[in-house]
Structure formats: C-alpha cells, structure tokens
Design a protein around this ligand. Structure first.
Ligand code: ADP
Ligand code: MG
Length: 224
C-alpha cells in the first residue's frame, strides 16, 4: 500500500542554511497493516508522514501510495490524491472552533460535489466510528481535548480513506482519552485501514494492535 525507496529530503535554498531531514528512507507498509514510526523529537517523523501524504515532495527518491507514484505529483493532483486516499490526524487538530462538530467533519466533502444528503450520511458514519455523534451540533470551542480529537478523527475518516496517517496522536491526551483513541484505532484496523502512527509515546510499545515498529533516528530508519 505504501512503498518508499531511497527517499531523501533536503530543506532550504542550498548553502549553509540547508538541512537534510531524511536520508535514504526505504520501507513498505502492506494494506491493512498498523505501523508505528518511533523516534525522538526532530528525528524526521512529521516530515516523513507529510511526504507520504503528498503534503511535501521529497528531494529525491520514489514513493508509491495505493498504486500511485506521488514523488513528483503536481500540486493539483496531490490534493485530489489526498482527498481520495489519505486521512490525516495531526497533533494540532486544525478544527474550526466557531463551527460545530458536524460542520467540521463535513469540510473535506465540500469540494467533492456530493449532495447534502450523501454528505450527511458520510458525516454520521464517521462521527459514529469516532464516537462523537452525541456532540454533532456542539461548537468545537465547547468540547474537551479528547472530544476535539475525536472530532478530528471523524473528519479524517469522512472521505473513507484507505490510509490514515497520525502524527503524535496521543501527545495532548490524558490516559483515559489515549485509551479511547486506541480503541478507535482498533476499529479502524478492523475496517481494513492501513495506519501509520508517528509517536514517541511508550503506550504504543506493547500494543497488540501494532503489527510493526519502525525506528527513525536522525532521519534514518534503523534496525530495532
Ligand atoms: N521546512 C523545514 N526547513 C528546515 N528544517 C526543517 C523543515 N522541516 C523540518 N525540518 C527539520 O527536520 C528535522 C525533522 O523534523 P520533523 O520531521 O518535524 O521531526 P519530528 O516530527 O520527528 O519531530 C528537524 O531537525 C527539523 O528542524
Ligand atoms: Mg513531529
């Protein structure tokens, strides 16, 4: 489902200001796998996720996601690819505080041209999986941290993506909400989603759900 080969990322214009965050990254994630990308802050996890999600392009290397080569995808095609294939759950949840939960969850579907009835159906389905449907009409501003994250999960699921990318998903959660998050992950896995989680939370270390842990150190994937 995800194949990387020789991926390098260099930031900046060149000269002394440039910085290489990823070095010769190569790995594969099969359909339905849940893989943890483990590494300390600054090791390159977020950069790698954003390259897999076609939010950034690598400086060199090949990336195939769901059968598409995305390393050189023009921006317009990259956004269409994301809308169809990828659900993102970021640490900064990027919700609109003024809007209610259902409105936030519906946002990714606005450009698709679906009817309001179809949108409502998908929004309901996603809110149920994320266990936030009881707050559908509440402003995001009034939600707790754990509820905000569940709203963000629902939004990531609303386009029924094959792949879900999570960046430090438990960083701002207390233990109880982290456990809720993990039970939602279990449900996503049983739906056959391919899931990649960047984290340094030890909670993921002995989790039965996790198929594989990839360690990243200073921009390189290392053997555990
Ligand atoms: N746009 C950028 N310009 C310069 N350096 C960057 C940029 N993005 C990330 N980096 C650097 O790349 C390294 C990896 O960053 P990041 O992928 O955010 O790591 P992590 O998510 O593991 O904390 C860091 O040293 C960071 O400062
Ligand atoms: Mg990060």
């Amino acid at each position: 489902m995800i194949v990387l080969q020789g991926v390098n990322k260099i930031h900046g214009p060149g000269g002394p200001a440039q910085f290489q965050s990823l070095f010769d990254i190569g790995f594969e994630v099969k359909a339905g796998e849940l893989v943890v990308l483990k590494g300390v802050s600054g090791s390159g996890k977020s950069t790698l996720l954003s390259i897999i999600g076609a939010l950034q392009k690598p400086t060199s290397g090949e990336i195939e996601v769901d059968g598409r080569r995305i390393a050189k995808l023009p921006d317009l095609h990259a956004s269409a690819f994301r809308a169809k294939t990828i659900g993102f759950i970021f640490q900064a949840l990027n919700l609109f505080e003024e809007f209610n939960v259902a409105e936030n969850v519906a946002l990714p579907l606005i450009p698709t041209g679906m009817s309001q009835k179809e949108i409502d159906g998908e929004v309901d389905r996603a809110m149920k999986v994320a266990n936030i449907q009881h707050k559908a009409t509440r402003s995001v501003r009034d939600l707790s941290g754990g509820e905000k994250q569940r709203a963000a999960i629902a939004r990531a699921l609303v386009n029924d993506p094959k792949i879900i990318l999570c960046d430090e998903p438990t960083a701002n959660l207390d233990r109880a909400n982290a456990e809720v998050f993990i039970s939602i992950l279990g449900e996503l896995k049983s739906l056959g989603k391919t899931i990649l989680i960047a984290t340094h939370d030890p909670m993921f270390e002995d989790l039965g759900l996790v198929d594989r842990v990839l360690s990243i150190e200073a921009g390189r994937v290392v053997d555990p």
